[in-house]
Design a protein around this ligand. Structure first.
Ligand code: NDP
Length: 283
């Protein structure tokens, strides 16, 4: 039976530490501020953004939301990003995805000032991650690395398999694991016979958005299984990309959904906003 990795608890400890950091910043007259941009009306985004605002409030970060209508054009979006880049009271700028399809999200991410890029999606941040340089690391992969470290799980020398190659999870996850000296394989929808690869993984990270897709048969005995997926099962209950009940019989460690990776994503966003504030104030 697996040990269940408690992301909620680890995230709580991280937030507590950050709360102390923010208190010290405030004593020096510095109030970290996060600006969040949402374009259009997306139910999931509203929940994610709400969680972020709650975390900001808890640790003492000022939070401001910019809700742009569905019909916003690229020029208007870029103008807002530019305004926030130039606003000295704002330390971090986050564009919540998805945005409407006729807007170019990569162009928008590129417009966010690298020093305020708390989500780590600006090409400059991505490039630095690839080069192994200090940067803002995108929050989900960063949170997963922190979880593994917190549980004393050695990454170096492990065979790691990442399923999913999105720019926000799969690819930066691959890079984070590589930077920690794992041997990494990355899989996607065109991968042939996925299970021959997942079955070799000492560390298996799954981020595909398909409920309970990874079954016990696809997982190596004693593997460490990290489930990024957030889906609804046939009964409308939140579940991950991994069949938790079955896979937990073979894995050594496993993250639950909810309560695994999700809370860590928010905690690492808080980490990045505090880091951005300190860097901008040369602390
Ligand atoms: P995307 O839809 O952007 O990417 C999904 C990836 O999965 C793609 O690379 C796709 O391959 C791959 N894929 C799809 N089907 C298969 C398959 N059958 N076999 C192998 N690979 C497959 O998703 P995201 O990365 O944005 O999100 C993934 C999941 O993680 C979602 O459930 C999302 O809600 C969740 N999520 C959770 C977060 C958290 O904090 N816990 C944060 C962000 C996301 P291809 O590239 O070939 O199309």
């Amino acid at each position: 039976m697996s040990e269940v990795i408690d992301g909620k608890l680890v995230a709580q400890h991280i937030r507590q530490k950050l709360k102390n950091d923010v208190e010290k910043l405030r004593e020096n007259g510095i109030v970290p501020k996060l600006a969040v941009i949402m374009v259009g009306d997306n139910e999931s985004s509203k929940i994610y953004v709400r969680n972020k605002s709650i975390a900001c409030k808890e640790i003492g970060v000022e939070y401001k939301e910019y809700l742009l209508p569905e019909k916003t054009n690229m020029k208007e979006l870029l103008e807002l990003i530019d305004e926030l880049n130039n606003d000295k009271s704002v330390n971090g700028v986050l564009l919540q995805s998805p945005i409407p399809k006729d807007l170019d999200i990569n162009e928008a991410f590129k417009a966010i000032a690298p020093e305020k890029d708390v989500d780590g999606f600006n090409p400059c941040s991505v490039g630095k991650l690839c080069l192994g340089q200090d940067t803002f690391i995108s929050c989900t992969p960063y949170g997963i690395i922190k979880l593994l470290e917190e549980y004393g799980i050695d990454i170096e020398g492990k065979d790691a398999v990442v399923v999913g190659r999105s720019n926000i999870v799969g690819k930066p996850m691959m890079q984070c694991l590589l930077n920690k000296n794992a041997t990494v394989t990355i899989c996607h929808s065109k991968t042939v016979k996925l299970e021959r690869l997942t079955k070799k993984a000492d560390i298996l990270v799954v981020a595909i958005g398909k409920p309970k897709f990874i079954t016990k048969e696809m997982v190596k005995e004693n593997a460490i299984v990290i489930d990024v997926g957030i889906n609804r099962d046939e009964n409308g209950k939140i579940c991950g990309d991994v069949d938790f009940d079955e896979v937990s019989k073979v894995a050594s460690y496993i993250t639950p959904v909810p309560g695994g990776v999700g809370p860590m994503t928010v905690a690492m966003l808080m980490n990045n906003i505090v880091k951005a504030t300190k860097l901008q104030n040369k602390m």
